[in-house]
Design a protein around this ligand. Sequence first.
Ligand code: ATP
Ligand code: MG
Length: 556
Amino acid sequence: MSHVDSEVRPSNFIRSIVNEDLESGKHTSVHTRFPPEPNGFLHIGHAKSICLNFGIAKDYNGQCNLRFDDTNPEKEDINYVHSIQEDVTWLGFQWDGDIRYSSNYFDKLHQYAIELITKGLAYVCFLNADETREYRGTLTEPGKDSPYRDVSVEENLELFEKMRKGDYKEGECSLRAKIDMASSFMCMRDPIIYRVRFAHHHQTGDKWCIYPMYDFTHCISDAIEHISHSLCSLEFQDNRRLYDWVLDNLHDFQTPDRTRQYEFSRLNLEYTLMSKRKLNDLVVRNLVQGWDDPRMPTIAGLRRRGYTAASIREFCLRIGVTKQENMIEVAMLDACIREELNDKAPRAMAVIHPVKVIIENYPEGQIETLNAPVHPSHDVMGTRELAFGREIYIDADDFREEANKKYKRLVQGKEVRLRNAYVIKAERCDKDADGNITTIYCHYDDETLGKNPSDGRKVKGVIHWVEATTAKPAEFRLYERLFTDPNPAAAETVDEVINPNSLVIAHGLVEANLVNAEAEHAYQFEREGYFCADSKDSTADSLVFNLTVALRDSSQ
Ligand code: ATP
Ligand code: MG
């Protein structure tokens, strides 16, 4: 097929529809859009929609618009408009042409509403919210016609103009489409298409006191932008009737290549909340430190945590696009970043819970420089210098006075290899009044740099370390999942399921090379995990590292 570029991608039912539409000639090119509401930061669920919409446009040499669906001025904010653009760009996608806003079309939408009124297909209704609900009926019972349904076209045009001028209070009246109060689709029971809101809008200021509803706005915005395939999540399946009804009844949109809506299942991820409203609650209640807290499933949070755009795109590719509702395991997302970092991340040494080691047979005051590979399997990444001296730090977990054979680290009276350096033997240790080990006294074998002991002694364990006088203090932010329940959305309140240990802070030491660690670029701290410098809080004088992901999947 000439439209598809050479990149091999798994197909899905949406790509099949696109292929058919191009083959049949219904469309000659593909035009999609990503339509976020600017009422929060984008999350990993949005990444699925972004990868789908921008990915299809890219693969078929088509176009994808970024359109802010901004019909809800009270909940929206210009800061979200900015963060969303930044996140889409960071994910590696570029929208075609200018940023669009549904609010760009408020004048046109207003005209289309008048067209519906003129055709006897919309009316101003003065039922209050309770009455409207009562008249709507239920899933099992049909609704009742509003008493305002049969008011004349002329009168409705006047009433709608009065609505626009601000003559009615919020909630006093609304403009409704005249469809079918007995429809089995609730959304077709004379849905509200315009309501009164005396709210300042981030794009249109105070120009309007009536705002169009999503269902009326979305289809018209798609049609105006000549979107070919309007992709949305499954909860809008019923609304497709309304999407088509609105366009069917407007003169401008009677073309054979008119936009059509297709639904796919949204991403649900275990242990993760995925609704901007619920994520906003976490922020407002200070349960996290903002939308870009590294524990948040937001694009900004994942990025600050050390996830790469490529790993998120890879994840979206692996989960695929279907119509089946399902819950994806977190392990799948972790695997994507772990695989990438295992291959690409530079190695470094960091000691998270330091305990001092004195190498008694090493000359006092001497510091030597050792070389270590930046990556054990990629020589092209070069080497780094490590200082070594008489005093070093190792992790408290890597020393025992006594241990069985399974413990392959430092044990009193036994030997271990220091990663990238010598073999040392622990002789004795000091303890404080509480029995905590404070200093370990060792001897090193100066014949063991880069080689095994010459007398054939076998030294199995390898531990990491940093040199005491050159190492830099660092804060380590050790993250666990934010919730204790795989389906936190089902809990009555988040308080029941929030993990009190989702952030544990430790203070330790890192090798001196990390002073210049670039924020958000993860390292593998050998034997510890993948970590990146925090983009907000880490400075050369006060290093802060976020745990991106552990070395292995501990749930297996
Ligand atoms: P939220 O409840 O998080 O606010 P939303 O659907 O209301 O989600 P929008 O800003 O309206 O958020 O979403 C923009 C686009 O992203 C929509 O097309 C929507 O279908 C899609 N989207 C949102 N959440 C998901 C998800 N979890 N999986 C896949 N697509 C999603
Ligand atoms: Mg929404």
